[in-house]
Design a protein around this ligand. Structure first.
Ligand SMILES: [Zn+2]
Length: 351
């Protein structure tokens, strides 16, 4: 058992029980105690209780004690105050926990800050952020009074040790190598490039950066297309016999037929619905809240407009081969706080 587990306190166990009740079977790993002000005062209070008497051995005790000759000692009032205070100040353990301390590249983890009665470091009025890998992650309140956010491990993040930090506190994690496969692909010369339309990159980046406070999804995501997966997340590609440097597949490809329905993975709001982008073709992006965005690329048809609120399973388009595609398929991307995450775990697990 690690040191981190030994400092787990009653409130943190309650927090863990709560997270399990929401279908999360992972066991949080708790960090060392933060601001344990009460625990340091307690020994002094105990000492005051055991050794409260300060005898006066002087043959000439102060005047007030001469009136009662039998009482030749007194309790130091400051020691008594110290003892009472130490009883009133309870130990507190503010903790940072993470749902998985050894995630793979591309994996999404939930990071939680549990104040557990510690100083009011986090309140509802001020935005607070975790830091990880030079990015910041806005924290959102949970039903149990804690604060959390979702963090995706970038596919190209070098495996190794990292920290999720909050102020001067940190929670160590170890990112593992996902060993993504390499795929050979042939594209016609006209499509063997990443040229985008004017404004395409900015529109895509704006959609990925959507950060709304309200969590709109419930339960796990549904697959947007009833077809087999032809390319998994994270693969590197050799296109026309040339390895694409710094490239990894930022989503999942579903080998759907032309015109096959494409459905929203979860409840959300359409933040981008655009036709004829050179790279992405016809594309829809849906904001699910709290930094989670799904993007549906290469569509034949678009059946929603920007600003529409859509439900999980609602048809939003049809499978196509628009943009840079070598045949009909749906490319689904999932962005978590602007980082491309592997969508597959989201189809079987609630984040
Ligand atoms: Zn793709």
């Amino acid at each position: 058992m690690s040191t981190q587990n030994r400092v787990q306190s009653a409130p943190t166990i309650a927090a863990w029980a709560h997270s399990c009740s929401r279908g999360r079977l992972h066991r949080p790993i708790y960090k060392r105690a933060q601001r344990p002000n009460g625990i340091w005062v307690m020994p002094f209070g105990l000492a005051a209780a055991v050794f409260p008497i300060r005898p006066y051995n002087s043959p000439n005790p102060p005047l007030q004690y001469r009136r009662v000759p039998s009482l030749r000692c007194r309790r130091d009032p400051m020691v008594i105050v110290f003892f009472v205070l130490s009883c009133l100040i309870q130990p507190v353990w503010a903790t940072i926990s993470v749902s998985n301390t050894t995630p793979m590249q591309g994996e999404t983890v939930e990071a939680t800050y549990a104040p557990n009665g510690a100083d009011k470091i986090v309140d509802h009025k001020t935005s607070q952020f975790f830091s990880f890998n030079h990015n910041t992650y806005k924290l959102f309140p949970t039903e149990s009074g804690n604060f959390h956010c979702l963090i995706a491990m970038p596919a190209d993040l070098t495996p190794g040790k990292y920290s999720i930090t909050f102020g001067d506190e940190d929670c160590p994690i170890t990112v593992k190598n996902a060993k993504f496969p390499v795929e050979h692909l042939s594209l016609p010369k006209t499509k063997d490039n990443f040229i985008m339309s004017p404004g395409e990159e900015q529109a895509m980046n704006t959609a990925k950066a959507t950060l709304s406070n309200q969590r709109l999804w419930d339960g796990h995501f549904i697959k947007p297309c009833q077809a087999k997966i032809s390319a998994v997340f994270g693969i590197r590609r050799i296109v026309n016999h040339k390895l694409l440097k710094d490239y990894y597949h930022s989503g999942v490809d579903f080998a759907g037929n032309l015109g096959q329905p494409v459905k929203a993975c979860a409840d959300g709001k359409v933040v981008l619905a655009h036709r004829n982008f050179k790279l992405h073709g016809n594309v829809i992006a849906i904001d699910h809240g709290q930094g989670v965005v799904t993007i549906y690329i290469h569509l034949q048809k678009i059946m929603a407009k920007e600003g529409d609120c859509v439900k999980a399973g609602q048809q939003i388009g049809a499978v196509g081969a628009t943009g840079r595609a070598n045949g009909p398929h749906l490319h689904l991307s999932l962005y978590v706080n602007q980082v491309a995450a592997n969508p597959l775990p989201w189809f079987s697990k609630t984040f």
